[in-house]
Design a binder for this molecule. Structure first.
Ligand SMILES: Nc1ncnc2c1ncn2[C@@H]1O[C@H](COP(=O)(O)OP(=O)(O)O)[C@@H](O)[C@H]1O
Ligand SMILES: Nc1nc2c(ncn2[C@H]2C[C@H](O)[C@@H](COP(=O)(O)O)O2)c(=O)[nH]1
Length: 230
């Protein structure tokens, strides 16, 4: 057996001991707040969305570009989002005591939510969409990007649009409510699909931070892989 195969198999074995959880939800649904909530558990590796990377790709703010000229920049942005999510999802744990890897959104989300919406809204040309799909297919077949659980923070678009505006990210200042409605529809279709590929724990995230965190505590056994067999 070649060294590459041996290393790949070893990585799969290490990865399999990890319970992998993606925190999913619309813009402003509370994903980052949720990730911070679980930082208190020493067995959990948390990974926030790498927005600072997207804002500085060799000096270029891809997040700003994709919102300023969506048709022009969606193809490039989705490539970079895929790369940044892949690095998180296939990286080994930071130490041997880690049993849970928790991250904000996933390559599965990019493929089945944002890229699908971009195609539907003509932000992507057909050949661009196909190129992205082939990237997703290749990485899904050749790397372990599997998920054990999706925690879906379900929200109402109007509520998260108001939170997004209040949060005040410069790049998002012109994002219309209609876009969050589109992303909401893409999420609802994806997480309710029989092909979603893992369990989905849905939490009503329209409620107060305190109420959401009460649910996160209540379901922490499941979210931290309590029933997970290695
Ligand atoms: N349940 C909630 N109720 C009210 N505001 C919230 C709630 N969860 C998060 N927020 C606030 O809304 C904004 C978006 O939260 P954040 O965790 O950054 O969401 P995301 O990472 O999904 O974009 C932040 O200003 C945050 O303080
Ligand atoms: N076009 C895309 N935009 C994306 C993708 N993943 C994230 N994002 C955007 C949405 C937000 O403006 C920002 C992340 O902020 P949150 O508030 O959702 O944490 O980045 C994508 O794949 N495509």
């Amino acid at each position: 057996m070649s060294n590459v195969t041996t290393i790949t198999n070893a990585a799969r074995i290490v990865n399999k001991r990890l319970f992998k959880v993606s925190i999913e939800g619309n813009i402003g649904s509370g994903k980052s707040t949720c990730i911070k909530f679980f930082e208190k558990y020493p067995v959990v590796d948390t990974h926030a969305e790498p927005i600072s990377e997207w804002r500085n790709v060799s000096g270029h703010n891809l997040l700003g570009l994709v919102y300023s000229d969506t048709k022009e920049w969606t193809f490039a942005f989705q490539h970079y989002v895929h790369l940044s999510r892949l690095k998180i999802q296939i990286s080994p744990p930071t130490n041997p005591n880690i049993t849970v890897k928790m991250f904000e959104r996933s390559v599965q989300n990019s493929r089945h939510c944002f890229v699908e919406n971009a195609k539907k809204q003509d932000f992507l040309k057909e050949p661009e969409y196909e190129v992205l799909q082939q990237w997703f297919d290749y990485t899904e077949k050749n790397l372990d990007t599997s998920l054990d659980l999706i925690v879906y923070l379900r929200t109402t678009p109007k509520i998260v649009w108001e939170r997004m505006m209040k949060r005040g990210r410069a790049e998002e200042s012109e994002v219309p409510l209609e876009y969050l409605e589109q992303i909401h529809e893409s999420y609802e279709k994806w997480v309710s699909s029989p092909d979603v590929g893992c369990e989905v724990l849905t939490i009503d995230a329209d409620r107060s931070i305190e109420s959401v965190q009460e649910d996160l505590e209540r379901y922490s056994y499941k979210i931290l892989g309590g029933n997970h067999t290695n």
